[in-house]
Ligand binder design. Structure first.
Ligand SMILES: C[S@@+](CC[C@H](N)C(=O)[O-])C[C@H]1O[C@@H](n2cnc3c(N)ncnc32)[C@H](O)[C@@H]1O
Length: 264
């Protein structure tokens, strides 16, 4: 895990709120669609976080299927377990994406969303992903490129410093554009890549960027020269832009569809 973002209770709460916004509900819908699941399948979600995707997958694979959520943060595992407590087919396990605690070819489908920016080595994480997926199985990976958030701010200097500080939250920069090489090295077949833009024109709790701004502001204080007053001003300016109808945010997530060749 990166020495950057700590998945403490405050971040856990903001993430849970962010992940329930229509922006991310819709992104999860694309993930489930790309997995193309059928009833009875065994599915692994690496870095399952609050467990929202695990829940969606459990509905797809039905009572004869099984979903395993793996995460290395205990508080994430606890809230995910609570969220999925009504599904007998769901289990959660503590573990590391860098060294998956499963035999080769264990799952019909493997998914990992917004996790690979935190791993110390992308190639190792991808080879683990490939190892536990069965030949002929399907994989989906989603990651954001944090290098290019398009975010209107009244003070561009503060905005740039906040974004620069935020880059320190992860181990890996620009994961999406580096993934094709790691996927190739892992022996998986890259079938398709799609961009999933998140576009917000209002600064409110219903929008992903509202929660993201809170996480970034808390994280950035004391990093890259950002002081508390600046972080608070950055947030307050969003409220002002919103009042004037001038709030503007856009970022891209990228969804990778993979298969494991039958001859792997
Ligand atoms: C930003 S959250 C994404 C959660 C979930 N995948 C989603 O998209 O809703 C990142 C999650 O990855 C987990 N994580 C980070 N590094 C990990 C690793 N090396 N192995 C397993 N989980 C990891 C964190 O604990 C956190 O729950």
């Amino acid at each position: 895990m990166s020495s950057g973002l700590e998945f403490n209770d405050e971040v856990n709460h903001a993430l849970k709120m962010a992940y329930q916004t229509p922006d991310i509900v819709s992104a999860r819908g694309h993930v489930v669609e790309a997995l193309n699941l059928i009833e009875g399948q065994q599915v692994l979600d690496i870095g399952s976080g609050p467990g929202l995707l695990v829940r969606d997958i459990a509905q797809q694979v039905g009572p004869s299927g099984a979903v395993l959520g793996l995460d290395m943060a205990d508080n994430m595992l606890e809230s995910a377990k609570a969220l999925c407590s009504d599904f007998k087919t769901v289990t959660f396990k503590h573990g590391d994406a860098m060294s998956l605690p499963f035999p080769d070819n264990s799952f019909d489908a493997v998914v990992s969303t917004q996790v690979y920016e935190y791993v110390p080595d992308l190639n190792t994480a991808l080879s683990e992903f490939a190892r536990v997926l069965r030949p002929g199985g399907r994989g989906v990976i989603v990651d954001t490129d944090w290098a290019f958030p398009y975010w209107h701010s009244m003070d561009v200097t503060i905005r740039d410093r906040m974004i620069e500080a935020w880059k320190g939250h992860c181990e890996q920069e620009s994961v999406p554009m580096r993934l094709p090489a790691s996927i190739k090295l892992s022996g998986l077949q890259l079938e398709n890549v799609q961009a999933l833009p998140i576009m917000n024109r209002a600064y409110d709790e219903m929008n992903f960027s509202y929660w993201l701004s809170k996480i970034i502001a808390a994280f950035s204080i004391g990093r890259h020269g950002v002081i508390q007053d600046e972080a608070e001003r950055w947030l307050a300016d969003f409220e002002k832009l919103d009042t004037k109808g001038e709030y503007f945010f856009c970022i891209n997530r990228y969804l990778f569809e993979l298969t494991k060749p039958a001859t792997f």
